[in-house]
Design a protein around this ligand. Structure first.
Ligand code: ATP
Ligand code: MN
Length: 463
């Protein structure tokens, strides 16, 4: 008999078909002379209804074992369903219970649990409807991302996870060391002697693959990375993780306009793909999590994003009739409240803000002619705020050296990065998409911890 995934059975199964399914019991209902169980194997939101008749050998003992959470294999014949809610159901001929689940101690009950509670049982939460839907959509987003770039001839490259460069010049790094923390080697000055460490110098978990992506873009023209990044930020927000995934395309022969056009086409493609392949899950989010997610997806697919310069955005914020916690003036690093005001309130769609003040952006962003701003662009999403951060990169050697010095960094430490400007330099641009922010935006999930299977946040790395 053929083994089938439940999504396949629900979509294409025909009455009289014999088949085998495997999965976990979601619910059991005992009636006179027979029982219904709902079996889910993670392939779809909907479960398969299985009918077990009392004439099945060992009926009573099987029924005792197939509680919520038990793993089962059912061989049977499909029949047209009498009840509403499903087209077909499986009439069991043989039931195998792999592992039972004691109803008194199994933490997942039929009732709705809070996401906070489910985080405390991170090893089981994927068996719920909500998390099943989240991780199928997450998978579809990842597939859409690769499809988008591969169709356009971008090379998928793999950038290092351990790095000696602090790309952003920020202090949010996790150190990587093989030194014995109980007996750290020190120089005469008492400073840690990193020459004794594994790499002979301080190293960190990467906060971004961008610098290495630039190396690869100056050989392959268009490349992207899709990998984990790490930030030891102590901000306990609903939009920050200590370990998150980032998608970073980098394009040679590309300016800020090309960068924005690509980012917009990219987001449109992902939303289209997910709406097509995860319609049932998206409908679920719309009904149960946030009743605007489908309208938002349609809005993204069908409308052009708003584009404003930072200077224009500041003027709009100064005119706003709301009181912000952080007062607005030119030079301010936009806070989440400002980002949301622009995208959610004012324009009601994704908003690209460009040409930020040079003081608040990273050293590698291309200096504009006025020398006050840089060719940066952030894409702000309603409800989330920043979802993409990108820029045209500084390709002029002298200016880049000047910017590195101005940030208190040493050009020698970035000699290989500067070499890209010495040999065959070219206008180039790229951006970083926070993958979990995208999944949040797509699904309407309020907390970023609920869109990654195993969230890493301050004081939390249990599972
Ligand atoms: P924010 O101001 O929201 O902290 P950022 O300016 O630090 O963002 P970038 O350095 O531009 O962000 O990183 C690129 C993208 O990575 C961001 O647009 C965002 O989508 C995502 N991102 C940044 N920090 C985190 C984090 N701690 N957890 C999850 N995603 C993040
Ligand atoms: Mn940040």
């Amino acid at each position: 008999m053929v083994k089938q995934r439940i999504t396949e059975v629900l979509r294409n199964g025909q009455p009289d078909e014999s088949l085998v399914v495997q999965g976990w019991v979601r619910t059991k209902r005992e009636l006179k002379g027979f029982a219904f169980i709902e079996v889910n194997d993670g392939s779809s939101l909907a479960s398969l209804q299985v009918v077990i008749n009392e004439d099945l050998p060992d009926y009573d003992s099987i029924l005792k074992q197939i509680n919520t959470g038990a793993s089962v294999e059912i061989a049977g014949v499909l029949v047209a369903s009498q009840g509403k809610g499903q087209r077909v159901e499986l009439k069991a001929n043989q039931v195998t219970v792999y592992g039972g689940a004691d109803p008194d101690t199994y933490p997942l009950q039929k009732k709705r649990h809070s996401f906070e509670f489910l985080r405390s049982i991170g090893h089981l939460r994927s068996r719920t409807n909500s998390f099943g839907a989240v991780f199928r959509v997450r998978n579809a987003c990842a597939t859409a991302i690769h499809q988008f770039f591969q169709e356009r001839g971008f090379l998928w490259i793999h950038t290092p996870i351990i790095t000696a460069n602090d790309c952003e010049g920020a202090g949010e790094l996790f150190s990587v060391t093989s030194l014995d923390l109980k007996d750290v080697p020190r120089k005469e000055t008492k400073a840690v002697d990193y020459s004794k460490d594994f790499f002979g110098k301080p190293t960190y978990l990467t906060v971004s693959g961008q610098l290495q992506a630039e190396v690869m873009a100056t050989a392959f023209t268009n490349v992207y990375t899709f990998g984990p990044t790490f930030r030891a930020e102590n901000s306990n927000t609903s939009r920050h993780l200590a370990e998150f995934w980032m998608v970073e395309p980098e394009m040679a022969f590309c300016d800020l306009k090309g960068d924005m056009d690509l980012a917009e086409a990219f987001l449109k493609h992902i939303f289209k793909y997910v709406m097509k392949t995860c319609a049932e899950d998206m409908e679920f989010f719309n009904q149960r999590i946030d009743n605007t997610v489908i309208a938002t997806a349609d809005n993204i697919i069908n409308n052009e994003f708003e584009r404003v310069t930072y200077t224009e955005a500041i003027k709009l914020l100064e005119k706003a009739d709301v009181k912000f916690d952080y007062p607005v003036s030119w030079g301010l690093d936009l806070q989440s409240e400002h980002e949301r005001y622009l995208a959610e309130h004012l324009f009601k769609k994704p908003t690209i803000v460009t040409n930020y003040p040079v003081q608040i952006k990273a050293f590698y962003m291309r200096l504009d002619d006025d020398e006050k701003t840089v060719a940066a662009m952030d894409i702000l999403a309603p409800k989330i705020g920043e979802i993409i951060g990108g820029s045209q990169r500084e390709e002029r050697l002298e200016i880049l050296e000047r910017r590195i010095l101005a940030q208190g960094m040493k050009p020698e430490d970035l000699w290989w990065y500067l070499d890209l400007r010495r040999f065959g330099t070219v206008p180039h641009a790229g951006f970083g998409l926070g993958f979990e922010r995208l999944v949040q935006f797509m699904t309407g999930m309020g907390n970023i911890r609920d869109v990654i299977p195993f969230p890493r946040t301050p004081e939390s790395a249990e599972f």
